[in-house]
Design a protein around this ligand. Sequence first.
Ligand code: GLU
Length: 278
Amino acid sequence: MNNYRELLKDKKKIVVKIGSSSITHEETGNINYKKLDKLVRILCDLKNRGKDVVLVSSGAIAVGRQAVGMKERTSVLAEKQACAAIGQCRLMMTYQKFFSEYNQIAAQVLLTKYTMMHDDSFINASNTFEELFKLGAIPVVNENDTVATYEIAYGDNDKLSALVSAMVGADLLILLSDIDGLFTDDPNINPEAEFIEIVDKIDDKYRDMAKDSNSKVGTGGMAAKLAAATIATDAGVDMVIANSRDIDVISRITDGENVGTLFLAHKVDGYNIQDYLE
Ligand code: GLU
């Protein structure tokens, strides 16, 4: 078991996904600069260790809503998209500021399900990532919320980050969440719930355990994380779900410490990303 953790030290291409609730203050919904700064600093350190790094960050809608003083979450698509348009550039401006402080180049990549569905756009996006790695840039990815409608939306960035991991040929995906990892039951409700350190193969037993968490800000619950784990591990990507409470958890995972739930990769022959789009 520890051997699997040791192997995480040698990963070369790492995708980190962070959700809206992890980068905003719970009380106000405003950006949590301290956390964002720490996140960027750790990613820059991974880059300095010679790894390729991708950040998949949510937060466009939450940050945009805050910017225009919209108190409640809206279900009106155009309002969400307008908030995303406002929030995405505010979010990128903040990331850009921190990345440049650590002397790194950030690159914004916005994707929709269409990007994955059609060969032309898929190849274009893959080539862009490839070129960004060559240039030493750190791609910061989000869904292109302003053009995505319900039919074409990924639905959540957990799945998006898994698809991106498969697309770029990553060897590790770190999904940061507001929970420590996978439990046998919802630990907020059932005190007997046991923590699972490692998942060799995702099956119905695990899917049954993944009850939806009640995050007020993001969209992905534990079921979405398991769906992401299936996409990633089938593509040959190891995945760790860990708690974003302390952002240092990223360094601990990449130093081989036993934190979070590790889902082991088992590459499926003839893996086709389009089979996972629904
Ligand atoms: N793309 C959405 C945003 O940036 C978030 C999706 C999600 O929370 O998973 O606001």
